[in-house]
Design a protein around this ligand. Sequence first.
Ligand SMILES: *Cc1c(COP(=O)(O)O)cnc(C)c1O
Length: 336
Amino acid sequence: MIDYRSDTVTKPSQKMLEVMITAELGDDVYGDDPTVNAFEKKMAALTGFEAAMIVNSGTQSNLCALLAHCSRGEEYIVGQGYHTYLYEAGGAAVLGSVVPQPISVQPSGELAFNDIEAVIKEDDQHFAKSKLLSLENTHCGKVIPLDYFIKARKLANKHNLAIHLDGARIFNALTELNIELAEMCQYVDSISICFSKGLGTPMGSVLCGSKEIINKARRIRKMVGGGTRQAGLIAKAMDYALEHNVSKLADDHANAKLLANLLSDCDELAITEPQTNMVYITLDEKINAQLMAKLLLQEGIKVSAGQTLRLVTHLNIDKADIIYTADTIKDILSLM
Ligand SMILES: *Cc1c(COP(=O)(O)O)cnc(C)c1O
């Protein structure tokens, strides 16, 4: 099976597993796991923040961040299609009584500054208190440039807002922008980074921010059952991914571009040039996306099908898989 549904399907390699079992372990809830402590320190240094905390998932990481920044009755401004609004079961509202203020996302993946300013609320008893701006990079595979964050910081400062960056795929963005993690992080107050997206770890995310934010976030992580005991096993996997797999993201991006290029001569398909590892294919209205997905599955190719097809390239997909996939899609189209 070639599985393009998401880069979350990447599996730990034999090498990663071998390194994991060498991890020196302790009880992380007591703060005793040396592997966790070393990895958190490393991530704080890499992002330029005071502190870092490992978490079980990106969703848990974002929840801890939203609830650390905002209290009951305070709001975060967020994109309608951003993960922290749409795909986290409303956690901030359900568990923290934090009010989401969603606004539309531009085709670039950014939030328009005008739209943000239009929803920032004055201090008035009628309104929730505007507290946080929740951004995302990459969003649907689109890279948000550094300049956007410079401007967002200015706007946030003017209105006394903090900024949280959902950087589930921040390494994909940094690969394209050719900048270091700390350069991006200097403009935000916290960042969440996933290591189970395209990097081969079985689980794990990291939340980075000031000591104050991370201390608050630790309490929330415990509250939602995210205090993991011998978590060094996972920290070791994340550290392995950082050292060996982040540099391979460029291959995933090249593979996504290759797939888009190989299919560019198909009149039945509309494909926008992928910026990172996601290829969105819009089919001619005569062709049903679900049917295409079913036919691909029979040929050993798994894709996500909604209005469009989404194919995500990752560590466990190579160039030969891409060529086979393009040929298979063309064969199916020729029979339709
Ligand atoms: C996947 C994802 C998350 C959440 O990650 P999980 O580990 O699946 O909970 C958060 N934000 C974005 C943008 C994501 O793509």
